[in-house]
Ligand binder design. Structure first.
Ligand SMILES: C[S@@+](CC[C@H](N)C(=O)[O-])C[C@H]1O[C@@H](n2cnc3c(N)ncnc32)[C@H](O)[C@@H]1O
Length: 455
């Protein structure tokens, strides 16, 4: 066996995507290190060098970054979710703004607005999706602990079969934390059935989904199909949730795909929540996509409103989810059209429109299959998933004759790619906003406004 390379020390110069810090080794190798805070000096175990880049593991912080903050979460360093906790909010935001600007490249002629964000550094998430597992992910320093057992937490970065056990999550509020504790007390009991094993496709407990709004808390328990001895254990979890949740659903997933969905076996309490955003009441089911930071979402909505300016006529909201943008921004338009592929989200969008007394046309389907439904002169808001626009969608939007297109991106690299296609079609980026929707994590939202190039 080849000996492990000696640890090295590096200065972290900047932030890359997903909370990865970037620096250089003495020999010029680009070193990428998860949770490496820009401005800090760290000791890392260098990974294999591929094309001049070494993905490496942080072993210790030698000198904290300016703007250092003490991580609030006991799982920091193990859990992939909140890699930026060693920076205070202002330093996190400066690093995120720098990341977006560098990914988008040429910003000459584009008005770049200062980064925006809410004030809650922790406890802001309104949804958690956790997985059960029989093998846990351990940090280098904890390797003496047993890695087999019963765990409930988040998937370790890049490891579908390892769970970072999470007795708490610093991004969850007190109600979700209470529900997590209640479920763990029953499901992780040594006498309970064992968690699902994604390699062997055996075991029982699969996922726990928690969603919260000002109207209450919903919980979703996903298991493998229950045998006679297992069903009472799932009901015990529902009993435990009765005390802390307003509604709970137990679903059975017989498939091998690692998805937190299944066939409903039993339901308790209310099936939906109501959340207010941008002055509109949204009905939410457990499955629908909904902005996970309500305070941040208000800022995102007002940013898109600012980007639309005085635009009028028909508004088309692509990848509309439960209608976040169509319903909050639609009242300024004559006609509102939303397209989204998840049927439950469209059911919610229609119910939300009805409840708010708004007229909007929502269609279920993939945007790339419904391009014919987009009027050529419609004002466009697009908020695609991480992959960005499907090539057919980018090509079709590039030749739209609308005056304004607002692109909301959770993945700035996808925006950079799609921007090139839009600009080749005659659009011109006029403004860039960055919104820090998810403090502590490497995620950042970029909003780019495009106008038709008059030349
Ligand atoms: C980033 S979310 C935006 C949701 C919504 N705009 C909001 O703010 O609540 C992306 C949405 O696109 C949907 N989606 C993903 N791929 C799609 C596709 N090919 N066609 C239509 N919708 C899609 C997802 O279900 C999800 O609701």
């Amino acid at each position: 066996m080849r000996p492990r390379p000696e640890p090295i020390e590096i200065e972290i110069g900047s932030l890359a995507e997903r909370g990865v810090g970037v620096g250089h080794a003495d020999d010029g190798t680009l070193v990428r290190v998860r949770a490496g805070a820009p401005g800090s000096r760290v000791r890392v175990a260098p990974g294999k060098r591929r094309r001049g880049v070494a993905e490496s593991i942080k072993l210790a912080t030698i000198r904290p970054a300016p703007g250092f903050a003490e991580p609030a979460c006991p799982q920091f360093g193990r859990c992939g979710g909140c890699a930026l906790q060693e920076l205070g909010l202002p330093a996190q935001r400066a690093a995120k703004a720098g990341l977006v600007a560098s990914v988008l490249g040429d910003l000459a002629g584009v008005v770049t607005h200062p980064i925006r964000g809410g004030t809650s550094a922790y406890g802001y998430r309104n949804k958690l999706e956790l997985g059960f597992g029989g093998r846990q992910w351990l940090a280098e320093a904890d390797r003496h602990l047993p890695n087999e057992g019963r765990f409930l937490g988040f998937h370790a970065p890049g490891r579908f079969d390892r769970v970072v056990d999470a007795p708490v999550c610093a991004l969850a509020g007190p109600r979700m934390s209470a529900a997590l504790t209640a479920v763990r007390a029953v499901a992780l009991d040594p006498a309970a059935p064992v968690p699902w094993d994604p390699r062997e496709h055996t075991g029982f407990w699969r996922h726990l989904v928690l969603r919260e709004s000002e109207s209450g808390l919903l919980a979703g328990l996903v298991t493998a199909p229950a045998g006679e001895s297992e069903a009472p254990w799932a009901r015990r979890v529902l009993d435990a949730l009765d005390a802390v949740a307003d509604g709970a659903v137990w679903m059975e997933n017989a498939g091998v795909a690692d998805v937190a969905r299944g066939v409903v076996r039993e339901r308790r309490g209310v099936p939906n929540l109501v959340a207010r955003l941008g002055g509109v009441a949204f009905r939410l089911s457990l499955e629908s996509f909904f902005q996970t930071n309500a305070q941040g979402a208000e800022i995102l909505i007002s940013t898109v409103r600012e980007a639309l300016g005085t635009a009028s006529g028909t508004l088309v909201d692509l990848y509309c989810g439960v209608g976040t943008f169509s319903l909050t921004l639609g009242p300024g338009f004559d006609r509102v059209v939303g397209i989204e592929e998840v049927p439950a989200a469209i059911d919610d969008a229609r119910a939300n429109a009805l409840e708010a007394g708004l007229v909007a046309e929502f269609t279920v389907g993939r945007v790339e299959d419904l391009l014919g439904q987009i009027p050529a002169d419609a004002v466009l808001v697009v908020d695609p998933p991480r992959a960005g626009l499907h090539p057919r969608v980018a090509a079709a939007l590039a030749v739209q004759s609308a005056p304004v297109l607002v692109y909301v991106a959770c993945n700035p690299a996808a925006l950079a790619r799609d921007r090139a296609v839009l600009e080749a079609g005659g659009w011109r980026a006029t403004d860039l906003w960055t919104v820090d929707l998810f403090p502590q994590t490497g995620h950042v939202e970029a909003v780019m406004r495009f106008a038709r190039d008059p030349s």
